[in-house]
Design a protein around this ligand. Sequence first.
Ligand code: NAD
Ligand code: MG
Length: 394
Amino acid sequence: MRKVSIFGATGSVGAQTVDLIRRAGGAGAYQVVALTGGRNIALLAEMARELRAGVAVCSDPADLAALRDLLAGSDVEAQAGVQAIAEAADRPADWVMSAIVGAAGLVPGLRALRHGTTLALANKESLVTAGPLLMATASAHGAHILPVDSEHSAIFQALVGEDIAAVERIILTASGGALRDWPLEALANASVTDALAHPNWAMGQRITIDSASMFNKALEVIETREYFGVLPDQIEVIIHPESLIHSMVGYRDGAIMAHLGAPDMRHAIGYALNWPSRQALPVARLDLAQVATLTFRAPDLQRYPALRLAREVIARRGLSGAAFNAAKEVALDHFLAGHIGFMAMAGVVEATLTAVDGDIGPEIGGLALEDVAAMDHLARIRAGEIARRAAGAD
Ligand code: NAD
Ligand code: MG
């Protein structure tokens, strides 16, 4: 039986992964090695009991006693804490879903790769912060990384059987998020609730806000560079409000291969789960006559400064991805807490990149985890200082 683990099982991507595993026969079809979650231990315990997981790990040690109670009478082991989550990745598995949100997803993913495990990677932050390290670890241990971002899964699928050298351009589609039709001058006053009203995709809170600011697309531009090794000038972003084309690959003969489907993450999750084969998935089928029109528009860089910053990060490489991601996470925390405005997030990230510039270092082959962690730490401190100053000035 195939052994699988899900990191961040209780989140949006994690729960959809559990859903696909359940539909494919659950504990009768897969041996679920480990499930991890954050504070929602009731859901974690319910999933672990149903899938007869070997171990359930919650992130906060304060929840351990309660998790043990919830699992009493089952064969599921209960554990807690950052270290326990990392150790869960050492348990032998054939396939691991990395769906923790934020930089916390990096270490478990790396640990799984060191065992040669196939890593389904939803946690884009780990590629942005430590792309060269992840890719080098995968290749050193003969492990596969399968993208579980809808765009990168689309690109990956459009590349099947093709030569990467024949790729001329990669076109990332973006919905434009909740605020895409707002006047530019109104954006500064957009609230958390406004930014959470995503038109097409139902996702976790943080990525939904990142969609409205296009920090999500900025991460994805960097992610594209790390996954596919293309040059920055080969990566384009286009707003496609219907979110039916998940991304495209343009080849040197002018042909463009596009991946279309309903805006449902189970496309990307299911492709990674069943790869290299394709299995039936419970996703809506597109009725193109009903859809009738697909529309596109160029992104306005004034509205989306994050896209410009992503290009700077790609040009700079080294530890700038780690700094960018950490600063973005801190800026988002301050926006969620109501300390800074929507458009101020990009200002915080840009000022942080400038503040840590001397510590970014030149491009190096395979970043060390300690350097990434140190930059993550430094950028969080600087971004916090900058955000507090910005909050005071508001
Ligand atoms: P989410 O917030 O819904 O879930 C995150 C999961 O991680 C939860 O299980 C949560 O408990 C856990 N978690 C949070 N902080 C943690 C920590 N410090 N330590 C351990 N566990 C922690 O997030 P999501 O929307 O499912 O996104 C997960 C990842 O997938 C992100 O990297 C996101 O960018 C990426 N992604 C999500 C979608 C989507 O549709 N939701 C699409 C593409 C990519
Ligand atoms: Mg995406």
